[in-house]
Design a protein around this ligand. Structure first.
Ligand SMILES: Cc1cc2nc3c(=O)[nH]c(=O)nc-3n(C[C@H](O)[C@H](O)[C@H](O)COP(=O)(O)OP(=O)(O)OC[C@H]3O[C@@H](n4cnc5c(N)ncnc54)[C@H](O)[C@@H]3O)c2cc1C
Length: 454
């Protein structure tokens, strides 16, 4: 029996075969998708994964690579119920710290927060930061090419990966962990696995780019009533020292304040929008004062301590969690050119409300990157069938508007199951054809995370 052979490879304590224990691993973070799996494997080495994949390849058993399971597009949920989940959380060693070269080599199961702490302990930073950093793991973050709040200055995960180690769908190990910054010997194969959502191989380790620690940090929470002013404010303060520029609509802030204890708005007056900006500089008072004088923002609070800066960030980082608490909601993760965002939100929200007046929109997100988490909820008593009908009509309204602006229907969360149909409709056919050819060349038997992306 292949499953028994896999258990023998793993050894006791390194797998789960009880349906009750498996259930949370086979469900999506928001809870909208649930699947079944015969086994959750918890390997401790790349070598074990190679052995397991060789069995799966010869028996044509599908596998789902999994990390922290915080992905927001149901990328780890089994579809057929035959998939074995290979969760890499037990592979959580830091393999190498290169202070001179500013890089860290970490196994795929290292939690993002641990990587950030390791970098700090060694007088460096690993800049990627997001609300899920206490649970999301390196393998998942690479496989979704995650963005987060520091993309503006440091880029997304693709920009931060120097090398990768990957178990291929036939069990062979592709090792490209060297931290060389220059290598033009043919195609850059590691790029194919970044953002591939586990459909091409299992990432077992990565060498990641770190940066010198900034000397200073300033965190600003501001408000405005017109998103055009927010963009003027962004243009006014933009420099290499600006590391984050996030926005929160009043509805998103109210949701977080209502659902999560101990959060508070640091500004006295309410506004339509709130902005969170972070600088790797201390001397910016005069710049901020001029922005206030020019009425680019309505009000502003500058964090006076690390603790207060943390409190500002808590407001932004708890929105996804508060949306999960209210249950069913409709989520979009879109990007359009930054200067088009105010018009886009205005027109699309109007169109959506004309059709469905009961909808409440609560957009927020990475304004500095043109990436909006454009979310909606409906009253709790709306029946499931009506909810599904509204969701489907809303998708068309939003995605048509995004496509008109040549934007992306999935800016940072990926495709998974959640966006598969939309991806096949909105992605240009030639790009889909090339992607299918890559998938077929690397995973001809389609054992790697089947039903995700394609
Ligand atoms: C509160 C909250 C805030 C968030 N904020 C952001 C944000 O600001 N920016 C952003 O980009 N995302 C954000 N996310 C989404 C999420 O955290 C990311 O998608 C994360 O990168 C996924 O990491 P994970 O370890 O949880 O991966 P998982 O959810 O376990 O997996 C994600 C995908 O990667 C594949 N995968 C996992 N491990 C491997 C591996 N070792 N090899 C190959 N494939 C693998 C899986 O099959 C799946 O398709 C947020 C999520 C939450 C819950």
């Amino acid at each position: 029996m292949p499953v028994e052979k896999i258990k023998d490879i793993l050894g006791a304590g390194n797998y789960l075969d009880n349906p009750e224990e498996i259930a949370p691993y086979a469900a999506s973070w928001r809870g909208g998708y649930k699947g079944k799996s015969p086994l959750v494997a918890l390997p401790t080495s790349a070598n074990q994964i190679q052995e397991i994949i060789k069995i799966c390849a010869s028996e044509k058993i599908p596998v789902i690579p999994q990390a922290g399971n915080t992905g927001l597009v149901a990328g780890c949920v089994p579809i057929s119920g035959k998939e074995i989940i290979i969760n890499l959380s037990h592979m959580n060693n830091i393999r190498n710290i290169d202070k001179a070269g500013f890089s860290i080599t970490a196994e795929a199961g290292v939690i993002l927060q641990k990587l950030q702490e390791t970098a700090e302990e060694n007088a460096m930073i690993f800049p990627l930061s997001m609300g899920s950093e206490g649970s999301a793991e390196i393998g998942g973050i690479i496989s979704t090419n995650a963005g987060g709040t520091a993309v503006l200055r440091y880029g997304n995960m693709r920009n931060l990966v120097l090398g990768l180690e990957v178990v291929l769908p036939d069990g062979r190990l592709l090792q490209k962990l060297a931290a060389v910054k220059k290598d033009n010997t043919g195609y850059d194969l590691k790029q194919i696995f970044i953002g591939a959502e586990g459909t091409l191989g299992i990432i077992t380790a990565a060498t990641l780019k770190c940066f010198p620690q900034p000397q200073e940090k300033t965190t600003v929470f501001a408000s405005c009533d017109d998103l055009n002013h927010a963009i003027e404010f962004l243009n006014f303060i933009k420099s290499d020292a600006l590391t984050a520029f996030e926005f929160i609509s009043a509805t998103a802030l109210e949701l977080a304040l209502h659902e999560i204890k101990n959060l508070r708005n640091p500004l006295k007056e309410t506004a339509k929008y709130y902005l969170l900006a972070e600088f790797s500089l201390a001397e910016i008072e005069s710049l901020l004062a001029r922005a206030l004088e020019q009425h680019l923002v309505k009000d502003m609070a500058v964090a006076s301590s690390i603790h207060q800066a943390r409190e500002f960030w808590q407001l932004r980082e708890n929105i996804s969690e508060s949306a999960r608490k209210i249950g069913r909601s409709i989520h979009f993760d879109i990007s359009v050119p930054i200067e088009k965002i105010p018009d886009f939100l205005d027109c699309t929200t109007k169109k959506a409300l004309e059709k469905f007046p009961a909808l409440v929109s609560f957009p927020f997100g990475h304004l500095g990157d043109g990436n909006i988490h454009y979310n909606f909820y409906l009253p709790k008593d709306v029946p499931d069938d009506d909810f599904a009908r509204v969701k489907s009509a809303l998708k068309k309204i939003v995605y048509d508007a995004v496509t008109d602006l040549q934007g992306s229907i999935s800016a940072e969360h990926g495709i998974g199951i959640e966006r598969r149909e939309d991806f096949l409709i909105y992605k240009p056919k030639l790009e889909i054809e090339l992607m299918r050819k890559i998938k077929l060349a690397i995973d001809p038997d389609n054992i790697m995370n089947p039903g995700k992306i394609f």
